[in-house]
Every structure is written in C-alpha cells, then in structure tokens.
Design a protein around this ligand. Sequence first.
Ligand SMILES: Cc1cc2nc3c(=O)[nH]c(=O)nc-3n(C[C@H](O)[C@H](O)[C@H](O)COP(=O)(O)O)c2cc1C
Length: 172
Amino acid sequence: MNATTHAQEFVTLLKSLRAVRQFAGKPLPPDAVRDIHEVIRWSGNASNRQAFQVLWVEKRETLKRLSELPGYAKHLAGAAAGAVIVSLLDSDELNAFDEGRISERIGLAALAHGIGSSIGMLMGGGRKEAARLLGLPEGHTVRTTVSLGYPAEGALGGGRRKPTDELVKSVS
Ligand SMILES: Cc1cc2nc3c(=O)[nH]c(=O)nc-3n(C[C@H](O)[C@H](O)[C@H](O)COP(=O)(O)O)c2cc1C
C-alpha cells in the first residue's frame, strides 16, 4: 500500500469516529481489547508522567452501577466494556487534557476494530461515588468514562458538523 492510500484510510478512520451509545450484546474479542490497551499505553501524556490508570470494567453489575451515577454515562449500562480513566496529576487542567487524549484514542483504536464507543462524563457526587465503587483510595475522583461495544442496529446517528471554514481559519 502506498503512503497516500494509507493516509486516506487513516484520515477516513479519524473522520468517521461517531459517538455510539446503543450496543449489541456481543462481547469484545481479546485481540481488539489487547490493541485498545496497547494504544492506551502509548498515548502521549503530560510530561510523560504516565500519572493515570484506566480501569477496564466488563462486569455487568459494575457497568450498571456506574451508569446510574449522576452524569451523562447512562450508556455504560449496555456496553460490552467500560474504560474508566483515573488521572492523578496535581493539575486539573493537565488531568483533563490527558483524559481527553486517552478517551479519544480508545475510541479510535476501538473503531479500527469496528467497535463503537462514547465518552460519558460523571458529574457532581457521581465522581466520588464512582471512585468508591471501584475501590480507589479515599480522595480519588473519576470523571471520564468510555463505553465500548459493537453498535446496535440504528445506533449510528450524529455527524452534524459546521463547515470546515467556519471551524478552521487561516490567519496571517
Ligand atoms: C469532552 C467530551 C465530553 C463528552 N461527554 C459526553 C458525555 O458525558 N456523554 C455522552 O453521551 N457523550 C459525550 N461526549 C460525546 C459527544 O456528545 C459527541 O462526541 C458529539 O456529540 C459528536 O457526536 P458525533 O460524532 O456522533 O456526531 C463527549 C465528547 C467529548 C469530546
């Protein structure tokens, strides 16, 4: 495959990442899970401190309990797996950046295997409650989760975007 074809395939993958919130009840194959975990490992992070952990949840009861916490992660209930990102830097700004970067890359690695995903943010008391539920030490909170699973029929919506030239401006 030449470089141009390769670039086009990769750009198509980047552009086609949509939020998927309804999942088919089909487990994730081990090779896909392994690839996603490796992509997490190779995600660049602030100062390469690697001050994060991703808790990988497949137990239905835990996914359900997380989905019921205050926030916007109800789709965890039907997911085949949930990635719960625990970031541990002192700077909230850098933690948020790391979480964004990791969650995006989880979604892209999943999509490369035909697996759908959506970010789900926990809010308010849900953040402390999730940390407690997952057995994290006192003082920890969790805000960013990613639901993963093969898309259910009709799950692919979204895709509304402003024109490129409204979002990207060339300046001199
Ligand atoms: C920073 C960030 C936070 C998000 N939080 C949530 C969330 O809490 N719950 C949710 O269902 N989707 C969440 N999303 C997914 C967005 O709603 C989704 O990316 C956007 O609507 C575009 O969807 P589309 O690509 O399917 O068109 C989040 C996305 C980002 C980048």
